[in-house]
Design a protein around this ligand. Structure first.
Ligand code: TXA
Ligand code: MG
Length: 309
């Protein structure tokens, strides 16, 4: 099923969702909309299906996947929930929060999903299409962002096709995503402390100090447009495509009036546009390090990091 070289794009109506569920059920790969970015989904309880995700993305096998569930009741089959974790789920699910929790011994997830770790990353997405799909499937869905490993994340169906066309079975087209950057990831420790592993749309804050572990997939170079990227640029050099913000105009802008939520929702579309532009270099205007601006700057620093860093 995967490995054929035609990727079907289907509208995310009831029939499209049912067709996606059938492909997933039989072990195939479907790119699906969430409120953050498009995910590349496969059933998380099948070793063969999960192996196809790593192959299609070219993803290193030490980098574990997020398991998507309909809600807390399903999540409790796969991880141990402390009272603190349960409170976070009650407050923020469904939504752009991923929790790294102790994996249950009887979770029944494919070993590759957690890359051998004793923990599992769980998220209940708020997007109505993803909710309907999880409902139709009944099994949990492993889903990293739907892009070749290291490339720019996708916020619409065309972005998925830009790097995965022919490598996956279907794209379920639910339009542009709203939040625009990947979920906030936190680890909830046995003692109840919460540590942010990846900044995202949800302002969990800098609980726990930040000097500790990182999500293993947080490689220095990521979200890379394939050209040099210069950050904190107030103007463009002649050979640069400038991504503006606020008072700094450009060839395109994240947000002309300096709105950070709009900037997050436009970030990856701007990087995709810059990657396709004729200019050999990219410059990006400064973005304030506050609220979701922290997540934007985190992604921009990785987009600007040299590939061998
Ligand atoms: O918004 C999102 O989170 C999107 C949508 C599709 O849900 N998904 C996403 O997946 O961003 P991905 O694979 O691009 O990023 C998942 C991150 C990686 O950095 C991975 O290392 C980390 O989560 N991760 C997964 N399981 C983990 C675990 N058990 N412990 C620590 N980090 C983990
Ligand atoms: Mg990713």
């Amino acid at each position: 099923m995967s490995g054929k070289n035609v990727t079907e794009v289907r509208l995310a109506d009831a029939e499209g969702i049912a067709a996606a569920a059938r492909i997933l059920e039989s072990g195939g790969l479907v790119a699906v909309p969430t409120e953050t970015v498009y995910g590349l989904a496969a059933r998380a309880d099948s070793a063969e299906a999960v192996a196809r995700i790593y192959a299609a993305k070219g993803r290193p096998d030490f980098n574990p996947l997020i398991v998507h569930v309909a809600g807390l009741a399903q999540a409790e089959r796969y991880a141990e929930f402390s009272p603190e974790a349960r409170a976070l789920a009650a407050a923020h699910w469904p939504g752009p929060l991923t929790m790294v929790l102790p994996r249950r011994p009887d979770a029944g997830l494919a070993a590759a999903v957690t890359a051998g770790l004793p923990t599992v990353a769980l998220r209940a997405p708020a997007h109505p299409v993803m909710q309907a799909l999880l409902e139709a499937c009944g099994f949990p869905l492993a889903a990293p962002s739907a892009n070749r490993s290291g490339f720019i994340s996708p916020t619409c169906a065309d972005h998925v096709l830009a790097s995965l066309d022919g490598r996956i079975d279907m794209v379920l087209d639910g339009g542009a995503t709203s939040a625009g950057v990947e979920s906030t990831i936190v680890a909830v420790r046995a003692d109840g402390s919460v540590e942010e592993l990846r900044p995202g749309p949800l302002a969990v804050g800098r609980l726990g100090g930040g000097a500790g572990i990182e999500a293993p997939g947080q490689l220095a170079s990521h979200y890379a447009p394939g050209k040099p990227v210069r950050l904190n640029a107030e103007w463009a050099e002649p050979d640069e495509f400038l991504i503006g913000f606020g008072a700094v105009g450009g060839d395109t802008t994240l947000s002309a009036n300096g709105n950070l939520a709009e900037a997050a929702s436009r970030l990856y579309a701007a990087l995709h546009e810059a990657a396709r532009a004729p200019q050999p270099r990219i410059a990006v205007a400064p973005v304030p390090e506050e609220g979701v601006g922290r997540a934007i700057n985190d992604r921009l620093r990785r987009a600007a990091a040299p590939p061998d860093a």
